[in-house]
Design a protein around this ligand. Structure first.
Ligand code: RUQ
Ligand code: CUA
Length: 796
């Protein structure tokens, strides 16, 4: 049915001259000269003559590509010229990929996939020892779980504002939460829920990131033992976990975290209170029927039983109170976790229930913390709950009854502010910067509804393609949303892109919400899992590093014990009493060589290789891959990364750098020689492929002298300008100075060899001296170009 509907919408929209507005009425799009000229001159900054020319070209392109004026305007709103930056960065769940996708808004350009629950080779994630340790934190009941079903990312907050420091994301399939540090966009920690067997409603953070909230989804016994389904009502449980976050260390503290036990109602999405509702949190549920399917036992399926009643329950939780009880020792230990029993929660005023319409999904707290908007998938309304009213009912002890577990129920009429009819299948709501204005996704209608929750009236609707789930407005979960753009996260793409087989990419659609009417701007295919939710932050709040402090273990955020300096590289082989031997390498990488270039081990050795990237230059990453050992590291400037494996077979194993880091990148190579046990070199000398003479040496030296002259000119240009005012150039100059230092070292070696008439070594060192010169020259030229393009001033 959804498919047919989607097809119909599409068929209607492809006619080139028609466009559909919210009512589905086509209106003509006639290009007007005025707007076009404006666009052209704004885009190109040209005068009258140039404008006419450019306009002619623009019209030609529009005609050739079948673009309407509306299309061109949309393009101008999203197109980002080369070198341009985005105003917002979006962090999208990567769905089943277990990763996080980072893209810019409004350009919708993908910037990064962050490995979170799944190994990701580009970043060496799950390949170097340091990140393997992070993934190992995510083992569930002793098993490696190397994927995640990621759903909801959330930013850390200070006083309800995104502070740009951390990102959290949950895994639904295996109840886990990961912490990503936005200083380097790396995953630092994974925690496993001790009691849940699945977990959907998270991650949501409290106003000052005191806690990261996650709610269970499918009820299960808290213990890991087998419990028959017949005991569902008594032994299966749901709940909400409050993960204590330490803002200083940037890590979750499981020992200071606790779970509020809840009935087996299939808890769902959640949100944390803000402002007046700070200290409280809200969680939906969708199967308060407690129905257990079982087609093979002749029972009607889950979907029938779980949607039978007209209402489910919104869970209202006083987490401040729960925290007090936890600190007072009122929790019990289950599987090592702290659990506040349901009867205590009910008796002490921690947990309350309020009916909510059929199969609710999203619950979203307003920026001022006074309202919660809940939508029911099987109802056409959104319900606006008033926190004030809920509090009056609680304070006045006004309850309509208790659920079978003794939890007090507040009546719907005592807690609602408004109910508004929006359309079919309302799911999630996002807040605008304009007061009272919100956007709700309509899954079945494939639309976004813009409405006023204070007045309770619909303002606008726009069609999306197709079947929208979540939607995100800029800084929409903070206390001060920015509005501006909305991204629709659609569940189906169907016919929107060139076909690529039965598995389609996802479709994220960018919508301009700055005006009265919503304007659809752009479709972005996302080919990596099904993203559920996205959060978007103002880009200038992020201050990511361009390099690590030297010798840095980025996963534990400490200086690595394996940090190695230039000239201190070494390889050691040692055996214990039982005859187990280890070959351990403390090495470095820098353009364009890996030190060591030869590693000798014996079969059966455990090989440990630690590599430090000595570069300080921005973006000078080196990789390290080795034949047949499943080794692939990403070593960013300053980083120390390690790999450990058992050399269980004799042989020759080439290794090399996997990032094209310089003109001599291909030469950035070496060999691991796994020798037979007890192997001793026969003492034969290496046979060079080439023998060099004095003439070769002299020729090379001549080249070097000429190269130096070029370098001197570049240096003269740079130092005669105010380069100190440009941090980028300062960094390039530092790096070039390093390279010239290395060149000096090689020059000395070459001259020493020449003095003894060892022309072979004299020539090879002279060539190495030139290699360093080339790198210095390359950096110098980049610095010079930068100064020229950025209006540097002559100072002497
Ligand atoms: S989900 S489409 Cu947030 Cu996991 Cu609603
Ligand atoms: Cu380092 Cu290529």
């Amino acid at each position: 049915m959804i498919f047919i509907k989607a097809r119909a919408v599409h068929a209607f929209k492809i006619s080139p001259e028609t466009n559909t507005d919210k009512q589905g009425e086509p209106h003509q799009m006639k290009p007007t000269k005025t707007l076009l000229s404006l666009l052209v001159s704004a885009a190109l900054g040209v005068g009258a003559m140039g404008s006419a020319l450019a306009q002619g070209q623009l019209e030609k392109v529009m005609k050739e590509r079948g673009l309407t004026e509306k299309d061109v305007l949309a393009a101008a709103k999203t197109y980002t010229p080369t070198g341009g930056r985005d105003e917002y960065l979006a962090f999208s769940s990567g769905g089943q990929s277990g990763q996080v996708i980072v893209y810019g808004i409004p350009s919708m350009r993908i910037l990064k996939y962050i490995g979170v629950f799944t190994p990701e080779p580009w970043q060496g994630y799950g390949f170097d020892d340091e990140s393997k340790a992070v993934l190992a934190q995510g083992k569930v009941r002793g098993k490696d779980i190397l994927y995640g079903d990621t759903h909801h990312p959330a930013f850390s907050e200070t006083a309800g504002e995104y502070n740009g420091k951390y990102l959290f994301i949950n895994d639904k399939a295996n109840p886990r939460v990961a912490v990503i540090d936005l200083h380097d966009f790396e995953t630092k920690q994974i925690v496993v829920n001790p009691v849940f067997k699945s977990q959907h409603g998270g991650a949501f953070v409290t106003e000052n990131t005191e806690y990261v909230i996650t709610a269970a989804q499918y009820a299960g016994p808290f213990e890991n033992d087998f419990v028959p389904l017949e005991e569902f009502n008594d032994k299966y449980r749901g709940g909400v976990t409050y993960w204590k976050f330490n803002n200083e260390t940037g890590r979750i503290e499981p020992e200071n975290s606790f779970t509020v036990e809840a009935p087996p109602y299939s808890q769902d999405l959640s949100d944390a209170g803000k402002g007046p509702s700070h200290g409280w949190s809200f969680t939906n549920s969708f199967c308060s029927e407690r129905y257990v399917g079982g087609i093979e036992r002749g029972r009607p399926p889950f979907e029938a039983g779980c949607s039978a009643k007209d209402t489910d329950f919104l869970h209202v939780i006083n987490w401040k109170k729960a925290e007090e009880l936890f600190k007072a020792g009122k929790t019990k230990k289950i599987n090592g976790g702290n659990v506040l029993p349901m009867d205590v929660a009910a008796k002490e005023g921690v947990l309350f229930l309020i009916p909510e319409v059929k199969s609710p999904h999203g619950v979203d707290v307003s920026p001022d913390g006074k309202y919660m908007i809940v939508s029911g998938k099987l109802d056409t309304h959104a319900t606006v709950y008033s926190f004030d009213k809920i509090q009056s009912a609680i304070k006045g002890g006004k309850f309509e009854g208790k659920d079978p577990y003794g939890i007090p129920i507040i009546s719907l009429k005592d807690s609602i502010h408004k109910q508004v009819e929006l359309g079919l299948g309302p799911l999630h709501t996002q807040y605008d910067s304009k007061e009272c204005v919100v956007y709700t996704s309509l899954y079945v209608d494939s639309m976004v509804a813009k409405w006023d929750y204070c007045q309770g009236k619909v303002l606008d609707k726009v069609s999306i393609h197709y079947n929208i789930g979540h939607l995100v407005s800029m800084e929409g979960d903070s206390v001060s949303p920015d509005g501006k753009y909305l991204v629709a996260l659609n569940k189906l793409a169907i016919d929107r892109f060139n076909p690529v087989g039965p598995l389609h990419p996802q479709n994220h659609q960018l919508i301009d919400i700055s005006g009265e009417k919503m304007e659809l701007l752009y479709d972005m295919p996302l080919p990596l899992g099904e993203p559920h939710y996205v959060v978007a932050i103002k880009a200038d709040k992020l201050k990511p590093a361009v390099r690590y402090k030297s010798g840095w273990d980025s996963r534990s955020d400490k200086v690595s014990p394996y940090k190695t300096r230039a000239g201190r590289e070494k390889t050691e082989r040692s055996c214990d009493a039982a005859g187990n031997c280890t070959t351990e390498v403390w090495g470095t990488v820098i353009r364009s060589h890996i030190t060591p270039e030869i590693i000798e081990a014996q079969v059966g050795d455990t090989v440990k290789i630690h590599l430090t990237n000595l570069e300080r230059a921005e973006d000078e990453v080196h990789g390290f891959a080795m034949y047949a050992q499943n080794v692939q590291l990403s070593i960013e400037p300053g980083k120390t990364a390690s790999t450990t494996f058992v050399a269980d077979q004799e042989g020759v194993f080439p290794y090399y750098c996997t990032e094209f880091c310089s003109a001599l990148h291909l030469e950035m190579q070496g060999y691991l020689l796994v020798q037979p046990k007890g192997y001793e070199a026969k003492g034969a000398s290496m046979k060079e492929g080439e023998a060099y003479t004095k003439a070769d040496y002299d020729k090379q030296v001549k080249t070097n002298v000429e190269t130096q002259a070029v370098i001197d000119q570049v240096v003269a240009y740079i130092t005669s300008h105010n380069y100190q005012d440009f941090p980028t150039v300062v960094a390039l100059v530092e790096d070039a100075t390093d390279q010239l230092g290395f060149a000096k070292g090689a020059k000395d070696k070459s001259e020493a060899a020449a003095a003894t008439e060892d022309w072979q070594n004299a020539m090879l060192w002279a060539n190495q001296w030139w290699q360093y010169q080339v790198k210095a020259a390359d950096l110098g030229l980049r610095a010079k170009t930068f100064l020229e393009q950025n209006g540097a001033k002559k100072v002497k």
